[in-house]
Design a protein around this ligand. Structure first.
Ligand code: TYM
Length: 336
């Protein structure tokens, strides 16, 4: 019987800080839920991380920790190709090619570039600017159908589509045009201390974000202290415009419990923020506890981690090289 080819999913996360609840709910949770349906490629985007200055030993540790966390979150290495971006040279190679098909104007419009260059005024390097061409390469090498990401990466996915369409327009159907795959709940988790800014690994305020490896007592303390809104009604009601703090907590609670926003409003009707905030904290603790424990266990098994990332690089290279060879041929490079 002919085997039915599964559709392909691909995504990556930069190991530039501790993984946050935002990355888990916006991206990884979705990856895990769809594992069986797709052929999956997930990577540690270490090459992207160096667009901001990194401490080398921290970068190495975080890259391996991130792999352990992917597995601990439920990404079975037998069903998902898990790899380190810099282990597959085709990313850098196609990245260069796509730099030549991505316009200066397009790169100038990227919000992430504008945000990051405002934050790191002393290091606005070329890599930070051309970063989206490398993202396009990361994606297009694997010909994915879907790219599961949080809301903030939508613009990069759209640019990837534009670059792919431009390339295909010149050379024929080389790249599949991928779709971003963004969750309905959890696509944009906000800081607990500043609910109009995104929860981020690089946040200077440690109380704004929750890390996957965080201790339960710290998680509870941060949720109890989370900024809620200064309106007078004090009720748990979803309204991101006027109640961004409570609405963010509702998104988090909904994403970890599976309850709808309506059900949450009913559950906490008449109870106020004093009951709601610790309930969110407890629900997050229960979600993260097994992940943290499993990641700690896996982190100790260096030989296992090495076998996973080596096998992952082998499998990823096989697919990536195929696309790269096709691209090189189309643009007129002499075959090796
Ligand atoms: P990064 O490392 O900033 O974030 C990793 C993933 O987590 C999502 N995310 C969030 N989702 C909801 N709420 C939040 N507060 C939150 N913070 C982060 C992001 O949307 C993302 O899905 N450029 C990418 C990494 C990358 C990539 C790729 C992604 C490199 N190449 C190719 C997809 C495909 C980045 O910096 O994500």
């Amino acid at each position: 019987m002919e085997e039915i080819k599964k559709k392909v999913m691909l995504s990556g996360i930069q190991p530039s800080g501790e993984l946050t609840l935002g990355s888990y709910l916006g991206a990884i949770k979705n990856w895990v839920e769809r594992t069986d349906e797709f052929d999956n490629f997930y990577f540690m985007a270490d090459m992207h991380s160096i667009t901001a200055r990194q401490n080398p030993s921290d970068l190495r540790r975080r890259t391996l920790q991130q792999l352990a966390q992917y597995i601990a979150c439920g990404l079975d290495p037998e069903k998902n190709t898990l790899f380190i971006q810099s282990h597959v040279p085709a990313h850098a190679e196609l990245g260069w090619v796509l730099n030549c098909y991505t316009m200066f104007g397009e790169l100038s419009r990227m919000t992430q570039f504008k945000d990051k260059s405002a934050k790191h005024k002393d290091n606005i390097n070329g890599g930070l600017f051309t970063y989206p061409a490398l993202i396009a390469a990361d994606i297009l090498l694997y010909q994915p159908d879907y790219v599961p990401v949080g809301e903030d990466q939508k613009q990069h996915c759209e640019l990837t589509r534009d670059v792919a369409q431009r390339f295909n327009g010149i050379y024929g159907e080389v790249f599949k045009i991928p779709e971003p795959y963004i969750p309905k709940i959890g696509a944009r988790i906000m800081s607990l201390t500043d609910p109009v800014s995104k929860m981020s690994k690089s946040d200077k305020d440690p109380n704004g974000s929750i890390h996957l490896m965080e201790k339960p007592e710290d998680i509870l303390r941060k949720f109890k202290r989370a900024v809620t809104d200064s309106d007078t009604e004090h009720c748990v009601r979803y309204d991101p415009e006027t109640k961004p703090g409570v609405s963010n907590l509702m998104q988090i609670y909904s994403a970890v419990t599976g309850k709808s926003l309506q059900e949450i409003e009913t559950e906490f009707a008449g109870l106020g923020y004093g009951a709601f905030k610790p309930a969110v904290g407890e629900a997050v603790i229960e979600t993260l506890r097994p992940i943290r424990q499993e990641a700690e266990r896996i982190m100790k098994d260096k030989a296992y981690l090495e076998s996973v990332y080596k096998e992952g690089a082998k499998k990823a290279s096989y697919t990536a090289e195929k696309t790269l060879r096709k691209v090189y041929k189309k643009i007129g490079f002499v075959e090796r």
